[in-house]
Design a protein around this ligand. Structure first.
Ligand SMILES: [Zn+2]
Length: 277
């Protein structure tokens, strides 16, 4: 709505005055003078709210709206409740930052510079190095700072539910469609599922579609570019090895690979707890 339109709306109010500036009203919040608002064509809109209180009220209203938008993004994200708690604990730890500096930077400086701006990280490394926690952190930033929707799904869960939905075109089938179309998709634990020709075909379709559309896809995996192709192969079906490796190539083209270093953080924490006993 342009200023002139707003002005016309105000002009329809019976409180609008013509002529010289009326005496200020009294702010109902702080008691300060509340000068009338000038409209066009020599008209004034008396008010009982001073400019300072109006700014505070608008800012609070904006903040409340923003909170509600972010909450609704969380509600449809598929992220588990624990994702809300992951942030400071693991990632603010200096030890973690020292060790996983590059991964940390990818999350903290999101989005990456052009031409990679649409590419999300592929976090890979040993179990327990914080891959999923990093994915939670970036998903959080995308929703809370950029106010963009995120769809988080475990690869095994996605495939299980898609398989369960065969024969009834219900909500589970939509899960795959959602994964294909999501603006920011997190695929957790790629390579952690038992491989069958059907699984290979489903994953290939998903990754290929996202690559063709240059859709942002964050991947976590225990396997990196040197091992993923092998893991996606099916022993009894050597003729599908080529597809498995083509899938791994597409994952590489879709993402910014980032190796997480070192031993399992969970293991270290368990050892420290044991020492403390
Ligand atoms: Zn006031």
């Amino acid at each position: 709505m342009t200023m002139t339109h707003l002005d016309d709306v105000f002009s329809g109010l019976s409180s609008v005055r013509m002529g010289p500036e009326p005496n200020p009203g009294v702010c109902r919040y702080c008691g300060s003078p509340a000068p009338a608002i000038p409209l066009t064509r020599g008209r004034w809109l008396p008010t009982d709210e001073c400019r300072a209180c109006n700014e505070v009220r608008i800012a609070a209203w904006d903040a409340q709206n923003r909170r509600e938008r972010v909450e609704s993004l969380w509600a449809i994200s598929g992220l588990p409740p624990e994702a809300k708690n992951v942030s400071t604990e693991i990632l603010d730890a200096q030890r973690y930052r020292d060790r996983q500096g590059r991964a940390w930077d990818l999350v903290a400086s999101w989005p990456p510079p052009s031409p990679d701006a649409w590419r999300a990280p592929w976090f890979f490394g040993p179990i327990g190095t914080g891959k999923t926690a990093l994915a939670y952190c970036l998903a959080r930033r995308v929703m809370e700072e950029f106010e963009q929707p995120v769809f988080f799904v475990g690869v095994a869960e996605l495939l299980r539910r898609q398989r369960a939905s065969f024969g009834n075109k219900a909500e589970d089938q939509d899960l795959l469609e959602r994964a294909v179309g999501a603006g920011f998709l997190v695929l957790d634990d790629l390579g952690g599922q038992a491989m069958t020709p059907w699984v290979l075909d489903s994953l290939f379709g998903l990754i290929d579609a996202r690559l063709k559309a240059q859709k942002t896809t964050l991947i976590t995996s225990n396997y990196g570019p040197d091992a993923l192709g092998k893991i996606l192969e099916i022993k009894e079906r050597p003729e599908l090895s080529q597809t498995a490796n083509a899938l791994a190539d597409r994952v590489l083209a879709l993402t910014i690979p980032c190796r997480l270093q070192g031993e399992s953080i969970r293991l270290e924490q368990a050892i420290e707890r044991a020492k403390a006993c």
